[in-house]
Every structure is written in C-alpha cells, then in structure tokens.
Design a protein around this ligand. Sequence first.
Ligand SMILES: *[C@@H]1O[C@H](CO)[C@@H](O)[C@H](O)[C@H]1NC(C)=O
Ligand SMILES: *[C@@H]1O[C@H](CO)[C@@H](O)[C@H](O)[C@H]1NC(C)=O
Length: 716
Amino acid sequence: MHHKYRMGEEISLVILIPSLLHCHGQHRNLLRHLSRRQDCLSSSPSDVTYTQHGVTVADPYRWLENLNSEETKAFVEAQNKTAAKFMNKFEDKQKFKDRLTELFNFERFGVPRKRGDYYYYFRNSGLQSQHVLYQLDTPKSEPRVFLDPGALEADGTASLKTHSFSHSGKLMAYVISRSGSDWCTIYLMDCHGNKLDDVIEWVKFTQTAFTHDDKGFYYVTYEGLNVDAVKAGTETGADLNQRLLYHKIGTPQSEDVLVHLDRDNPSYRFIPKISDDGKYILMTIKKDTAPASMLYIGDLETANNIITLGHNWNKIVDCFKFRYYYLTSDGTVFYFDTNKDAPRSKIVKYDLSKPEEGFIDLVPQSEDVLVNSSVVDGNKLVLTYMRDVKDIIVVDLWAAPPSDPSSRRHTWRYCRRPYDFGVEDQEKRLSIFREISVKNFDSTLFETKQVFYESKDGTKIPIFVTHRKDLVFDGNNPTFLFGYGGFSSSLKAGFTFAHIVFMQHFGGVVAVANLRGGGEYGQNWHSAGTLLNKQNVFDDFQYAAKYLINEKYTQASRLAINGQSNGGLLVAACVNQAPELFGAAVAEVSGLDMLRFHKFTIGHSWQSEYGYPDDTVEDFHNLLKYSPLHNVHKNKPYPAFALFTADHDDRVVPLHSYKHIAELQHTAGPLTRNPLVLRTATKTGHGEGKPLAKRIEETTDKFAFIAAAIGATWRD
Ligand SMILES: *[C@@H]1O[C@H](CO)[C@@H](O)[C@H](O)[C@H]1NC(C)=O
Ligand SMILES: *[C@@H]1O[C@H](CO)[C@@H](O)[C@H](O)[C@H]1NC(C)=O
C-alpha cells in the first residue's frame, strides 16, 4: 500500500514499551535543550491572531508559512538535526536499512500493454531509482529501454508522472516531475525512441489526450502562474483558473490554442479525454475531490479536431451531483461507470442521439462495490467488485453477440459468467507473465486475518491484522497500526516491505484499519467520514487501538500509529484526542492547520471532504474542534511523535508540519518526556515518484524512530 497519497488524486492529483523508561531522562534533557533553541530561533510564538465567524484564533507560528525566509530555513534545519538524533538512537538501524534494501533488490515488472505496433511494460532491476519503460516487439521478445526517467537527473529525483500514447501508437507524451513537485513538463517521443522538439512547461494535474490524427493533444495548465516562485519549488499559492489547451505538434507552447476556461469558477478543473473512435472529446469538469463531475462532449469531426474557446459543447451533465467515468463508446452510444443514484457504482449507457432517454442502467448496482471497470479486447467489459475490502474476481463479461464478434456496433449483452481467456484464442490464455520472489522470507510463517471491531458508535470496522503464526498474545508485542480514512480511498491488505521487516525482525504485529471516509463500502462509507462526520474516522482509529490492546496483541506503550497525507491528519488528531493510547506516532505529509488548509495550492479542492471554514459557520466550528494545530494539550503527556514532511510537497504544503511541530513543542513539550520532532526531506514532494534510495532512507528513519520509542529489538 505504498504511497497512497490521495489528497486530490483522481488524475494523479487524484492520500509501535518498556525500554522507554530508561531513556526518559535523556529525552527530557534533549527536549529542554530543543525548547531553548526553539525559543531563540522562532523569536518564540508571535502574537498573530485572526478573527473568523466571531472567533479569535491565535496563529503564533504564521511566520513559518513563509517557506523561503531565512528564519524558516534555519528552523527547519535545526529541527531536522534534532530529529536525526532520535532517528539514530535505534542501535540496529543499519540492519533495518540493509534488510529493507535487500527486500527491494529484486527484479519486478508491470504488465505489457500493446500500443500501436509494440508492447510496453515497466521494469525495475531491483534498486533502480525509478521504474524504466521498456518496449518489446512481442510479449516474449527481448525488451529495449524506451524511457528511463531515473536517468534524467543524476540523483534520480526526476520521475514520470503520467504518460500516454496516441491512438496509432506512433507518439508518446510523457509528463515529468522534478523533486516530487506537482508542477511538470510534457515531452514527446515517437515509437522509435526519437525525442521531438516540443516541450510544454509548467503544467499541473494534467492528462494528455491525443487526437487520432496524431497532430496534437489536449492538456491543462494554470493561468497567471508565477514561474519564478514555482522555480523555487516552494510555491504555496492557490491553484486557480485552470485552462484547457490544445497543443499542435511542432509548434511552440506559446501558440497553443485556448480551449476552455471558466473565470467565474476559478476552482474548476478540466479533464480531457478522446473517445475511442476519435470522433469526440469528453471534458469532465471537477470542482473538488468529491465524486461528482460535470460532463461536456464536443464533436471533433465538425471542429477538425481543434476545439476553440466558446465551443458549443453538448452539456450532458451540468451540475455536480455524481461522477461519470468514460468506458467506451460505439457511435453515439456512450458507456460510463457512475455513482448516479448508486453509491456502490454501476454501468450506464447514454445515447447522444436520444438525450431524452438519459442514462440507462446496463449493469445495475449490486450488493458489492464496483471498484473497477475496463474494456478489454475491444468489446468486453471486465468489472471488478469488492466485498468486505477484498476484491472478488467476479469477472462480469459483456460480450458482443456471437453472430458478430468482430463488430464494435453492438449493444452489450449481459452474460455474467466466469470468463475463460483460453476459449477462442490460445494466445489470450491467462498465464503468469513473470514470477517474482522475495529473499529470505517464508510467508508460510505469517498469517493475515480480517476481523471486525466495534467503533464508538457501534459501527463494525474491518481491520487486517498480520503477524507470525506463533505470536504470543501477552499484550506485549510491538504493533504498527496504519490508517487513512478519507477521499473514498480503500486500503487493501497489501505487500509492504517495511511491514515484513517489522514482523520478521521485531516480532511485530501490523494492523491496517479500514476506517470510514474510505471507499471500502462505497459512497456511504466515504460520506460517513467526511465533513461533520469526520470525527467518526478518528473514533474508528482510536477504537482500533483499543481493540488491539483489549485482544492482548499489545499495550499502549508498544503501539505505534502511522498515516500519510489525510492519514497524517488522522494520526495527529488522534494523538491530541487520546495521547495515552499510543507509544509512538508518525504523521507524514499531513494537513494539520485545518482552518487554513484551503488557502494553499490545491487545498481548496478538499473542502468537499473537510468543510468550508470561510463559508460555513458550522464547518468552521467542526474543524476548530479537531484541527490538530488548534487542539494540542498542555496537560497531558504525549507519545513519541515525529512529523515527516518534504520541502517540495506542493500537494500538502510543509508549512502544516512546521507550524504543528512548533505548537507541539511549545504546548505539549513541557509535560512530555518523549521526543516531538520534525523531519523534512529535501528534493522530494508528496510521495509519488520518490527515488528508491530516498524511500528507503525515510522508511528506515521512520521505523528506527518507532523502534526506539516502543522498545522493539532486532532479531536476525
Ligand atoms: C481500472 O483498471 C485499469 C487497469 O488497471 C486502469 O487503467 C483504470 O484506470 C481503472 N479504472 C478506474 C476507474 O479506476
Ligand atoms: C533532514 O535529514 C534527512 C535525513 O538525514 C536528510 O535527507 C534531509 O536532507 C535533511 N533535510 C534538511 C532540510 O536538512
């Protein structure tokens, strides 16, 4: 479940004792030392306040919002040094790092996909900083390197955000991010590996949608952007006024054609897609991360493939109520995966020539959650459902009538049956493409159980618990609890190397809780953890901790919690609400100032998830109640708590973590004997595209911090 950084994602925008006792004295001294340093660095808390909805809010660390000031840089560096002391305390840190490196060092592959005349797949020989895209003549032939993003920068900090091939497969557009930023550059390459001269700079949250004539593509960028600030890599300004543009291949970016913008609605984002037959452009309009979009369709044939501003779009859906994913189309008949009146999703069709019929159900909603739908082999629709957080490989097949198997002109017929890929064509038989193996790991010694515990309000919450089969339930096992609980994102029992090391070498328990706010049971489950219901997510996580303690897996002092992005908010909120439940906590790339989150970069789009602090009094008061920055206790001791952030995180800007650590040290610090620290990674962003070496270094720091805090010891 690596790197589920989901805040605002859908276009890849689409978020651990007893040994503590003997180190208490040391911690206290270090902390005093730190507090002193803090005071002189920060010129102590300032008296900045602001008044909102009649409430005066203190914002003493507002100065840390200025990421480029000398004071902020000095603060971040000093914090980082202190953090390093605690992360280096764990004496077997090098062993952890070596083992993690060993686990990563195996050859891994993606699935080959055919584009034009060739096949392509991603491969990593083991410790390469970024996956390499290979080209093959046939699925079994000798691969050639097609694009190696890791080679673009010496330290591997350039990464491939997304890529797409033109319909003919003759051209590929690839979107490169540097230092993990959301700001990217688009480049083009032909299928023979020749790079074109076209370069499109300063794009953000974009897809590239080629027209079928191979003459150009649609993409998005932002208007009025301050390139100098962006170049510094630490820009925090709001992403507003997106523009949809058309780039004609062989012409400079300055000549790109403006297709669409909406100055009255600066937060809108536009996602272009060309229909499978190349005749239409679909523009999905989103205003936030809610699963709701508008849908406009443009006729490319009459526009000669180049749509210009003021185009007369066919506004199929003109309000934000439900979302529509384009699956395919057959002439004027379009197929969508939608949540329209279906919180667990379904498949519908829409005929442009019969708009009065509206959306017609093709595969109605089922008891299970439809989590993926895709068209394979031109005319078959494969649907994947999830039941209790497990994919049930129910493969529903919608096939063309047998009398006319080659034609795309058909209406799909429902024939729910297991699909035998071997029936008509030996080549299509399901087979193992390549096998991977993990060094020195015997999975038969471990077990994963899914259990359901009761949360505060009695709701049953699923949780995956994994550990050695011979675990002793003595309430003393090092335990690592992970959660997310937001943005409709589902956490499945995954394969994470750090977890393996934790279980194998610390004798630890790894628990992954499927909190409300996620997508595990469809839209209702998501809604039950958003807006005024957000506290449910925090309750679910705290009750997961209580469950693990009650069932004698562990005890509070040996329990570590961790989350990233929205999951970092979760961790920080739970630490404030129930510090006595945890021995250690690590909150990564987190949103923590929940009264100002909407002011920075793409933060405004999360208001549908968290609430509208400026516009809605009720939301403001709800946020004020749980916002981590505004709820630090001065009269309760805190567990060991590390905030991890990154200097180029322009998704959830690092100032959240800067302000929060200052607040924690100032307010909780005096009564807390455990370390409260901030680690800021350099030349990295929110998570995607992080080079492997940095991932290993960061994960090692995280688990070294946790191990020292909960007294986990290494066994070979
Ligand atoms: C479904 O899975 C396919 C194949 O992995 C992927 O390309 C597609 O984006 C997924 N669709 C959705 C709606 O997540
Ligand atoms: C913080 O420490 C980490 C780990 O040593 C290092 O990679 C990073 O560059 C440091 N960050 C800063 C801002 O000095």
